[in-house]
Design a protein around this ligand. Structure first.
Ligand code: CA
Length: 214
């Protein structure tokens, strides 16, 4: 009898422990009080889609390149091209001068040739070295070259706008979002007000987007 009681107690304790662990795993995503405003940000897909996915990214960050290669194509095919979600990108400048140069160029492309923005964005991430990503690779010449291959932006105008920090204000607006939403690492992905613990968890992304369809 004593053995049976002990066994029951152990089983119950084990079940409680499993339930707590499962709960914790779920809890790592953060439900925010609000969703970042996408006004004035590049937006891919239907602007009236029921779900907004916002990526906070940095052109100098290898994990962002990886997100673009591993998650973005599937996300685009399953949810953006089908009108279920749209995607916005907010610049984060955690890697200093090179991050800033790339973000200035991206804002300039977005302003002058918005239809080419995403192609430029992807092409720029493609230029990020696979191995030694700490090595300097973002230069004004490189940005002008990538824009020349992917956009109709006038190269001399782009050069001037990067060097003259013409879109400094847009970077400040992006930074205000970084602070407001306490972005500490890149990429950070927020889906309808839920900040993902693991931006590479495609099943989680999928379920959040599906939950957001009315
Ligand atoms: Ca921006």
């Amino acid at each position: 009898m004593k053995k049976l009681v002990l066994f029951t107690v152990l089983v119950v304790a084990l079940l409680v422990a499993i339930a707590l662990l499962a709960n914790q795993a779920q809890k790592k995503d953060v439900a925010l009080d609000s969703h970042p405003s996408t006004e004035g940000q590049p937006l891919l897909g239907d602007k009236d889609a029921p779900v907004s996915v916002v990526e906070f990214g940095d052109f100098k960050c290898p994990a962002c390149k990886a997100w673009g290669e591993r998650i973005y194509p599937q996300l685009k095919e399953d949810f953006i091209d089908t009108g279920k979600a749209n995607l916005s990108y907010v610049n984060v400048l955690f890697h200093g001068e090179e991050s800033t140069l790339a973000a200035l160029a991206a804002e300039s492309v977005f302003k002058n040739d918005p239809d080419s923005y995403w192609e430029f964005q992807k092409a720029l991430f493609d230029e990020q070295p696979e191995q030694d990503h700490d090595a300097a690779w973002i230069t004004v010449d490189k940005l002008v070259e990538v824009a020349g291959n992917t956009t109709d932006v006038d190269p001399e105008q782009l050069r001037k706008e990067i060097e003259g920090k013409a879109f400094k204000k847009q970077l400040e607006e992006d930074n205000a979002l970084v602070e407001e939403f306490k972005i500490e690492s890149t990429p950070t992905v927020i889906i309808n007000g839920v900040k993902l613990d693991d931006p590479y968890d495609y099943e989680r992304i999928k379920s959040l987007i599906e939950d957001g369809q009315d």
